[in-house]
Design a protein around this ligand. Structure first.
Ligand code: AHR
Length: 480
């Protein structure tokens, strides 16, 4: 039976690494210019990973859905302007002549393999007869080697399947993907199985998740785009749910890393979405993520999202899903804290009090505090001219300190030494009072000297934040 999309509808790799070693070792934040969001416009379903050849690789869906692309760079930020190579174009007819979706590149054995979803281009064929295929490279360098079709993934059913990913866990290579299962009235569920060959499974797959929760079935009943991260003794699998518009969001499945992950009972689903549309930061429909690390070994979340909400027509054909990256932090229990999509611009940072690292510079509305707060309320953009380490006469940069959740606001210093978050009224006084000299010192200590009182700095004290003498112990912050 041929399904139209509307009828029809109506995840690198686990990385055994130990968080931000350099930051804990007190190494100052990298002088490298960091990525700016959106990292790459009009690239959806992005997979970004750092390979041991020192390159970051990025692939993703192109709005035309007609080709497979790859780019690489030495830095995350470099991906924004890196040359993009077309590895393969869809065929002129047949099952791989239509939509080309959600590619992922993996090194399996000594070979580069790129998995992707493809469908026919019509001609009486259902364009949503989407299946998973792979191309393979004949050489060690994916940017120069020849790529050719390897074949079709032998899925458990001859039904809609897409968004595959692969990872190695405890020496076994696994495959996870999304598929419509005959007899289950959803658009796509999640499956997992060990791989035998790049296109065949070593045993029957297990069903990991079916979209049933309200936030998983808005618009369409979707669980897709699995992505795996091994951290803190657990395997975390994120996935994307609902329609690909502002309702699109991330869910999370968690399993103990030292158990048999082919036991479906061991995978626990978070009852609420972990990453959703954020109106404060103007990012809509964040999802289809992957995981990587920044140049300092700190975990990064890669995902796509639009910077507007209203979409004309089917969101699948709206080209404005842009690739975005941001830091991935962890909660005290070791589970990932996704926070909110941080929005366009340079990456924000968190500032922990050097005197009491459990306290972060944070805000509750326009009130500033130093304490424990939800991740997004502790994220600020403290950017301005280029930074240089302390001890050099010119060793500081003029910055404003702006919260991600309150656009148009910045930390403003008053003459009495109090500080608050104020909305930019365009005045010279606002500009003067919100200017700080950021000094990144040795051992990762950052100070913000107020332009209003240059001998004073932003300081934490008894849970409050105010200006204090620049050498005050409360005036040291750790950027993270
Ligand atoms: O971007 C094309 C498809 O849209 C992706 O494969 C899927 O994750 C999303 O629904």
């Amino acid at each position: 039976m041929i399904f139209s999309r509307r009828q029809f509808i109506a995840g690198t790799a686990a990385l055994p690494l130990a968080g931000s070693r350099l930051a804990r070792a007190g190494v100052p934040a990298s002088p490298l210019p960091g990525p700016i969001n959106p990292l790459v416009r009009r690239r959806a379903d992005a997979q970004v990973f750092r390979h041991d050849d020192g390159f970051y690789y990025m692939t993703g869906s192109v709005p035309e859905y007609d080709r497979l692309v790859l780019r690489r760079a030495r830095t995350l930020a470099g991906l924004a302007t890196a040359d993009e190579r077309v590895l393969w174009r869809h065929l002129s007819s047949g099952p791989m002549s239509g939509f080309i979706w959600a590619p992922e590149m993996h090194r399996i054995g000594e070979r580069w393999i790129m998995y992707f979803a493809a469908g026919p281009s019509g001609g009486g064929e259902d364009v949503f007869r989407i299946r998973t295929y792979a191309i393979a490279c004949d050489g060690p360098d994916p940017m120069t080697g020849n790529w050719s079709v390897l074949g079709q993934f032998q899925a458990p059913w001859d039904s809609f399947n897409l968004d595959s990913t692969s990872f190695v866990h405890r020496g076994t290579r696994y495959f996870a993907w999304a598929q419509r299962e005959p007899g289950i009235e959803t658009n796509s569920n999640l499956y997992l199985a060990p791989l035998d060959t790049p296109l065949t499974l070593a045993r029957d797959a297990i069903r990991l998740s079916v979209p049933t929760l309200d936030w998983e079935i808005r618009g369409f009943k979707v669980n897709e785009a699995p992505a795996v991260l091994a951290r803190n003794g657990r395997l975390f699998m994120t996935y994307s749910a609902s329609a690909t518009d502002a309702r699109y969001c991330l869910g999370l499945l968690t399993a103990p890393a030292d158990a048999d992950i082919m036991d479906p009972a061991l995978w626990v689903k978070s009852p609420e979405p972990v990453f959703t549309t954020c109106r404060e930061t103007s990012v809509y429909g964040p999802g289809h993520n992957s995981f990587t690390m920044d140049e300092q070994g700190r975990d990064m979340l890669v995902y796509h999202g639009r910077d507007y909400e209203a979409i004309e027509g089917d969101p699948l054909f709206n080209p404005d899903r842009h690739t975005r990256v941001q830091r991935l932090y962890y909660k005290a229990d070791g589970s990932p804290d996704f926070g909110v999509p941080v929005g366009n611009g340079p990456l924000p940072e968190r500032f922990a009090s050097k005197a009491d690292p459990a306290r972060h510079l944070a805000h509750d509305g326009t009130r500033l505090l130093a304490g424990d707060a939800a991740l997004p309320a502790t994220q600020f953009r403290a950017t301005g001219a280029s930074r240089t380490p302390d001890g050099d006469a010119a060793g500081s940069a003029t910055v404003t300190i702006a919260p991600i959740l309150l656009p148009g606001h910045a930390i403003l210093a008053r003459d009495d030494g109090s500080v608050l978050l104020a909305r930019d009224d365009g005045s010279a006084d606002f500009r003067r009072r919100t200017r700080f000299s950021r000094v990144d010192g040795p051992a990762g200590t950052t100070r913000f000297l107020s332009a209003v009182a240059p001998d004073k700095a932003l300081a934490a004290g008894n849970g409050a934040v105010r200006l204090a003498p620049r050498r005050d112990p409360g005036a040291g912050w750790i950027a993270d």
